[in-house]
Design a protein around this ligand. Structure first.
Ligand code: SAH
Length: 206
């Protein structure tokens, strides 16, 4: 299939990640008017002025997490629920937090309709994480932070991995991979990306 070939060509090699990308129907997560573009390698607009990330970036960040079937994962920035769906195919449990209630409810309905029952969607400020469900083996942030949120680091399990886009809104951003160990936090800078900003607080409207 062309969608998977394009991901392979760009360097996604993890068979389990490719399988998850193949399994999750992206057209179910985009707006009705964008369905014809659902399998093109591009970000698309969703409600509340947000975007569903480009498939390559979803696959890349997922691959960098090195998920194992027993992992519990926190995603910050549910958006359409697409990334959460991909994570749910590779991990035991996914908790995903979104600051817009509208997006959270739509994502919840999509995931339920697809029978992806190991995802829990929470409405709230992801900068605070979800302390009641911590620690997490893996944390994925899908909106760009300007600094590493300490509360998320605190909710990462020992030997945990966090992947997040870091950089100013509209400016140079990179995917950062943080690995927690007894000796501290190892930091690796990966590819350049462009994400919507991580904003503090639950959205007041919608
Ligand atoms: N992962 C999504 C795309 C996310 S776009 C998908 O697969 O479709 C980034 C999302 O992060 C937006 O929906 C935005 O509302 C949300 N967001 C931004 N700041 C946030 C915060 N502090 N807490 C929770 N969600 C946040």
């Amino acid at each position: 299939m062309e969608f998977l070939l394009a991901l392979r060509r760009r360097g996604i090699g993890d068979a389990a990640v490719l399988h998850a990308m193949d399994e999750v129907p992206r057209e179910r997560f985009v707006e009705a008017g964008e369905r014809s573009a659902a399998y093109a390698d591009q970000a698309l607009p969703i409600a509340c002025g947000q975007t569903i990330s480009q498939p390559y970036v979803v696959a890349y960040m997922t691959e960098q997490l090195a998920l194992r079937p027993h992992h519990r994962v926190l995603e910050v920035g549910t958006g359409s629920g697409y990334q959460a769906a991909v994570l749910s195919r590779l991990a035991r449990e996914v908790v995903s937090i979104e600051r817009y209630r509208t997006l959270a409810e739509a994502a919840r309905a999509r995931l339920a309709a697809l029978g992806y029952d190991n995802v829990e969607i929470v409405v709230g400020d992801g900068l605070a994480g979800v302390p009641s469900r911590a620690p997490f083996d893996r944390i994925l942030v899908t909106a760009a932070a300007t600094t590493v949120p300490q509360e998320l680091v605190d909710q990462l399990a020992d030997d945990g991995v966090m992947v997040l886009p870091l950089g100013p809104s509209g400016g140079p951003q990179h995917i950062i991979k943080l690995t927690k160990s007894q000796t501290g936090l190892a930091r690796e800078e990966l590819i350049a990306v462009r994400f919507v900003p991580l904003l503090a607080g639950q959205a007041r409207e919608l």
